[in-house]
Design a protein around this ligand. Structure first.
Ligand SMILES: [Zn+2]
Length: 461
């Protein structure tokens, strides 16, 4: 674009927003230019391509996780962040070795299965038993004691597809607690329909838990296609016997690191915008959508937000450790930084794939809402809708910050397809659309720039 055309564009933008209480006309013109440049840049794509290719899967405590931490430190430095540091986080380490399953009778065939995180191993030859099917976790909970005695419990609950991922909550309970409830009913093994909206034949892994005093039984999930098949076999009315073979191990306490990069503010260096994602992933795929994309989006957004020079307030990108095992990095971050959490002027996490952002929502003190609506107005041309309820729930790693009244924001991605790939071998780079990734970077960059450079700081409620 010629300098002349650019000058006229800037002029129009300044004119259009001349009445702002929180920003100068020059700042609003900078927002327009940041947006334009972010929408033309492959920076985030290059980052997520590098992470998923040169590092690959990053399950907490594995060599891949360690390589991910080294990658992030090196990238932050190469991108020119003013400060780069790590903070340790510990977590219960778990390793998967192998997993397989099959229908033994009445119609022998392979089942596509995955162990759920934290699962114990079966004996070397697997565990073989008759299947007893339940519609959902509640039905299992309400069953008589010993209802599943000596059997393998199969929960066949199918999650709903939804733009906001609202189907996930009801489905994930069976993943988190299913093996515990099954064991309480006398089961010797547990398998569930994957927490998934997919039609492919990949099983979806994810965190699961045992309870003190309850017998630990193998905890696993099969693909949607295999759950359909197992359901049809059970519906025939004859006993269905399956074999599940999982080899996995709990390894005691592991350590990883939150990796943090910051562009230092010029006027209020202690106050900061916090954006980020989680650096770890499950082991089955390469963690492209979950959460390589979020890492790349927020790292690139911080770079674009500082394109025009040092921000007034600092912009901090936090790449959280061991999210998938239970928010261990986030909990460590909240603890280690407890005294400075009140310095956060805006926090948002990108951890819902790589589709376009469709909504913007805040959770802040009422006095900051005029400023929030100015940010929303700048996001609107990107087709980002302002949801003015001021009750945003932001990303999982920001949950431990909620008690500290941190001003919270949601830049909500369209998650309609997210649970087709989530926690599977199919979570790979080819699922990311570079144009949609740029749209995310532009949205986050506008948000970070405006929160960091506004006349007054945003306060929480
Ligand atoms: Zn995630």
């Amino acid at each position: 674009m010629s300098a002349l055309i650019f000058a006229s564009l800037s002029f129009n933008t300044s004119q259009a927003h001349a009445k702002s209480d929180n920003f100068t006309a020059e700042q609003l013109s900078q927002v327009a230019d940041i947006k334009k440049q972010a929408l033309e840049s492959d920076l985030a794509w290059n980052l997520v391509e590098s992470l998923t290719t040169e590092v690959g899967p990053r399950m907490p405590g594995t060599p891949g996780d360690k390589a991910g931490v080294a990658w992030a430190v090196a990238q932050f430095k190469a991108m020119g962040f003013d400060k780069v540091w790590t903070e340790p986080a510990t977590f219960p380490k778990w390793i998967r070795y192998s997993e397989s399953a099959a229908v033994v009778s009445p119609a022998p065939q392979t089942l596509h299965i995955t162990a759920l995180g934290n699962s114990i191993s079966t004996p070397k030859e697997g565990i073989e038993a008759q299947v007893i099917e339940f519609e959902n976790l509640a039905e299992l909970e309400n069953a008589a004691d010993n209802a599943a005695k000596g059997k393998i419990v199969f929960i066949n609950y199918r999650m709903d597809r939804d733009r906001d991922g609202n189907g996930y909550g009801p489905a994930v309970k069976a993943r988190s607690r299913g093996a515990v409830v099954a064991a309480q009913k006398g089961a010797v093994g547990y398998v569930m329909r994957s927490v998934s909206t997919a039609t492919h034949r990949f099983a979806h892994t994810g965190g699961s838990h045992y309870e003190e005093g309850v017998t630990k039984i193998v905890s696993s999930a099969i693909s949607n296609a295999d759950a359909d098949q197992l359901h049809r076999l059970v519906a025939l009315g004859k006993p269905v016997t399956i074999n599940i073979n999982v080899q996995a191990k709990s390894m005691g306490e592991g350590t990883s690191y939150n990796v943090i990069g910051e562009f230092t503010g010029s006027e209020f260096p202690n106050e900061h915008v916090l954006i980020g994602g989680h650096l770890d992933s499950w082991d089955l795929g390469t963690g492209a959508l979950d959460d390589g994309a979020g890492i790349a989006i927020t790292m690139a957004a911080a770079k674009f937000a500082t394109l025009k020079g040092q921000p007034k307030r600092s912009i901090r990108v936090v790449l959280f450790a061991a999210e998938e095992f239970g928010l261990w990095g986030a909990k460590a971050y909240a603890k280690a930084n407890e005294k400075t959490l009140s310095n956060i002027v805006a926090a948002a996490e990108s951890d819902f794939g790589a589709d376009k952002i469709w909504a913007f929502e805040s959770n802040v003190h009422a006095s900051s809402l005029p400023l929030v609506s100015e940010i929303a107005a700048m996001l609107k041309p990107l087709n980002v809708e302002y949801i003015a309820n001021n009750s945003a729930r932001n990303g999982p790693d920001l949950i431990p910050l909620r008690p500290f009244k941190v001003p919270a924001f949601a830049l909500s991605q369209d998650g309609t397809d997210y649970f087709d790939y989530h926690h599977t071998a199919d979570d790979t780079l080819d699922k990311i659309d570079p144009a949609k990734l740029r749209h995310n970077v532009a949205s986050y960059a506008i948000f970070a720039y405006m929160a960091a450079n506004a006349k007054t700081r945003i306060i929480g409620k």
